[in-house]
Design a protein around this ligand. Structure first.
Ligand SMILES: *Cc1c(COP(=O)(O)O)cnc(C)c1O
Length: 467
């Protein structure tokens, strides 16, 4: 059937010829407001790519689009050139440190400091007094010494990096003793044994999953032991027949045998969480006071600052870390340093609970949350009779690798629409502008005002009314 093939080949050629010319599409786009500000070179490239896609579709038997369709497809793609992929999201889940939603929102002072550092030049590595090169590591160290009581401090990109740096610098080729109950996965698939392997240190597991005693550690020490590592179980809780060796006992053993103790707190807190009706998250100052040689924790968990890994502890050890080549690969940028210091200054001034959003959310009284949920309900009763709204008691979580299983009593707005799947309502909220992330539980859509900024209340009501 060679003639048939010939026919179809010429038909394809004919259809390919009907694909619009690049110049024709560019002409249409020239008048489109979305294309203003985009160079001709980039526009031409976008049109060519779009045409190429259609050329392949035509070869596969498709019909050629006209110039208007190609122009519209290019306009649709132009969003990528202007719209940031990270969009502000309203967090109505009640999980304060939501890792998937970017963990800690920052204080206004922190944001201002970061914007200022981003905008221009700064004395990041410049000693203004001497007029010569300085160190980026001095800026946060001073205030970290003050708020934690440690001799010295170093900041890297995140806490996983901090643990990797300490293990690499102090234990490469040697042994690190870890309780079996603490050789855990710390989230995002990152596991303590894997970080250890990456550092070139050897894991020496002691004890059992549920019980590890000081004599287990003592029996494992040998001439190859570099460190004792304690890892705070930040995302799960062991209950029942459990024994964790207290830090004080590890420090005493370490002192006796000349082995430094690294305390990975994960979140670490500078404030006492028990004053808010929560369990006590281990405090950084306490670990320092108890004599841990090094303590590391995250910048964007309960500290409430930008992503960072903070290491505080004995000056000789911090100095060794500072000089290690890996520190260069993990160093924070000027924006992070500016933001972290601004966040730490809240603790130094004593206004962290009032100014740091994470603490403000934790400290919000239940009556305020009830009043806001009730206001949402009332406004919706007037505007959106299709919604069945109710204010119900519920629980908010701190989240983000701190206080596992601990919750704060809250008031939730429960939303139902007869005949509509709550998962579908949640999806509609997620795809709105701005996206709102809510919870679905037992056939209801639940929104927690604790993690919604009060200035966003009208946006939430508006989005719900449109459901
Ligand atoms: C969260 C956590 C880490 C990792 O901290 P990042 O800042 O996310 O890198 C390490 N250790 C523990 C115990 C944690 O909870």
């Amino acid at each position: 059937m060679s003639s048939g093939i010939g026919d179809s080949t010429s038909a394809v050629h004919e259809r390919l010829r009907r694909l619009p010319a690049v110049s024709r599409v560019l002409e249409l786009l020239g008048k489109h407001p979305a294309a203003s500000g985009v160079s001709l070179e980039v526009m031409t490239d976008l049109v060519r790519r779009e045409l190429e896609t259609h050329r392949r579709a035509v070869l596969a038997g498709g019909e050629p689009p006209d110039a208007g369709e190609i122009a519209q497809a290019v306009v649709d793609r132009l969003g990528l050139l202007f719209e940031p992929p990270l969009r502000p999201v309203i967090n109505a889940t009640g999980v304060i440190l939501h890792t998937n939603l970017g963990r800690a929102p920052l204080s206004e002072e922190t944001i201002a400091a970061m914007v200022q550092a981003a905008r221009g030049y700064t004395n990041l590595e410049y000693d203004l007094e001497a007029g010569e090169r300085g160190s980026r590591h001095v800026h946060a160290a001073a205030i970290l010494r003050e708020v934690t009581g440690a001799e010295d401090a170093l900041v890297v990109n995140n806490n996983a990096g901090a643990v990797l740096l300490v293990l690499t610098a102090l234990a490469q080729g040697r042994e690190v003793i870890v309780s079996r109950g603490q050789a855990v996965e710390i989230g995002g698939g990152v596991r303590i044994p894997e970080i250890l392997a990456q550092s070139g240190a050897r894991l020496r597991e002691v004890g059992t999953t549920n019980r590890t005693y000081i004599h287990d550690y003592a029996a494992a020490i040998n001439e190859n032991t570099a460190l004792i590592l304690r890892v705070h179980c930040s995302n799960f809780r062991l209950i029942g027949f459990v024994h964790e060796t207290p830090l004080e006992e590890l420090v005493a053993l370490g002192k006796e045998r000349g082995i430094p103790v690294l305390d990975d707190l994960g979140s670490g807190s500078l404030l006492d969480t028990s004053q808010f009706g929560l369990a006590r998250e281990p405090m950084v100052q306490e670990s320092v006071r108890a004599g841990a040689a090094l303590v590391c924790f995250s910048g964007d968990k309960l500290l409430g600052g930008p992503q960072a890994g903070i290491i505080v502890g004995r000056a000789v050890l911090v100095e060794r870390l500072r000089r290690h080549p890996l520190t260069r690969a993990l160093r924070p940028d000027k924006v992070t340093i500016a933001g972290l210091v601004a966040t730490l200054q809240h603790y130094r001034r004593g206004d962290a609970v009032a100014r740091v959003p994470v603490w403000r959310m934790i400290a919000t009284p239940l009556e305020h949350l009830q009043a806001r949920a009730e206001r949402w309900r009332q406004e919706l009763a007037g505007r959106a009779p299709q919604l069945h709204c109710e204010v119900v008691p519920g629980q908010s979580a701190v989240g983000g690798g701190s206080l596992p299983g601990e919750t704060l009593p809250t008031a939730l707005l429960s939303v139902q629409i007869p005949g509509r799947d709550p998962a579908e309502l949640a999806r509609a909220l997620r795809l709105g502008r701005p996206p709102i992330v809510a919870r679905v539980e037992r056939d209801r859509l639940l929104l927690d005002p604790r993690t919604v900024f009060p200035e966003d209340d009208p946006v939430v009501v508006e989005a719900l009314a449109r459901l």
